[in-house]
Design a protein. Structure first.
Length: 152
């Protein structure tokens, strides 16, 4: 798998986010077990409170009430510039919830969610539910870049 290449793309997608003083700019890519892109998204792409993983998963599985076998296949991965959220004020489901509901078996992220808005525990929750989680901190600076204004 080319984790670095896909995660770099997710970090680049974060630069497309409309600026916000109350939310991080994040990019996400869903890649199938065959190494092909299934879907991509970025924060606020489809609405002011929509997260990147939420956008990408919605594109991959437009009918949420039906499981999508490709998302559950071993090796299918969500690449996200920021650790998937585990607490949310603006929506009923977190990105961690959405990943678990979709059955995606693997998540790769660059930057752990800092406690600017909420305390992030997405990686721990995913691991506890059997999802393979890979952190690539060597790309964290790239993921932080579009969020400089939030970090002081």
């Amino acid at each position: 798998m080319d984790d670095r290449r896909w995660l770099e793309l997710a970090c680049d997608l974060a630069r497309l986010c409309p600026p916000s003083a109350t939310a991080f700019s994040v990019g996400a890519v869903v890649v199938g077990a065959d190494g092909r892109e299934i879907a991509r998204g970025h924060s606020r792409e489809t609405g002011p409170h929509v997260h990147a993983e939420e956008v990408a998963l919605a594109k991959a599985a437009p009918a949420r009430d039906e499981p999508v076998p490709a998302l559950r296949a071993p090796g299918t991965t969500v690449y996200t510039s920021l650790e998937p959220c585990s607490r949310r004020r603006s929506r009923p489901l977190t990105c961690t919830d959405l990943i678990l509901a979709a059955g995606v078996p693997r998540v790769v992220f660059a930057w752990r969610e800092p406690s600017v808005f909420v305390e992030g525990k997405g990686a721990e929750l995913l691991l506890a539910r059997g999802v393979e989680v890979v952190e690539m901190p060597e790309l964290a600076l790239r993921a932080r870049e579009p969020n400089r204004h939030l970090l002081g």
